[in-house]
Design a protein around this ligand. Structure first.
Ligand code: CO
Length: 171
């Protein structure tokens, strides 16, 4: 499959509210395949939302490789590939935590975002099964970040003090 183009700020598609999927048809499956290609081809990927590849539809894909720092200390565990269609958060914890986030659509930067530490969400799988998932830790953060994309929100919108945005020094 050829390289999938990722939209970056200020592309207006990133700012639109994405449409609900009514039917998981072959077109939806093709979009999912493209999203998986992006996650597969980027070592640092954690998740992707369909609007980031130009499809204003409510689909998110999550996958993380185990990541360790230079000293070999575990930063986060691997998360197997998961696709969620029409995801909706139905419960947020009162407890919030701050952690750094970055995004393919705002490349080269990362910064601290405060989010509820635990969530419960519902979604459909590509097999059209309804799932209800309790998420905490990295998964909870990624799901919230990706659902934000479906609502036209980027992580930078959640960082009030833009001086806290830091430049990535890789690449
Ligand atoms: Co993002």
């Amino acid at each position: 499959m050829k390289k999938v183009k990722i939209l970056t700020e200020p592309n207006p598609i990133l700012r639109k509210k994405a449409k609900k999927i009514e039917k998981i048809d072959p077109k939806v499956k093709t979009i999912i395949d493209k999203m998986v290609t992006v996650l597969d081809s980027n070592e640092w990927s954690l998740g992707l939302a369909a609007p980031q590849i130009g499809e204003s539809l409510r689909i998110i894909a999550i996958m993380a490789r185990e990541t360790r720092n230079k000293e070999g200390k575990l930063i986060h565990k691997a998360i197997p590939l998961s696709i969620f269609i029409n995801p909706e958060i139905i419960k947020f914890s009162k407890n919030k935590i701050v952690d750094d986030e970055g995004c393919f659509s705002y490349p080269g930067y990362f910064g601290p975002v405060e989010r509820p530490s635990k969530i419960r969400f519902v979604a459909l799988t590509p097999e059209n099964k309804q799932v209800k998932i309790n998420a905490s830790g990295l998964l909870a953060r990624i799901v919230q970040h990706e659902i934000d994309h479906l609502n036209g929100i980027l992580f930078i919108d959640r960082i009030e003090d833009k001086n806290k945005l830091k430049k990535l020094n890789i690449e």
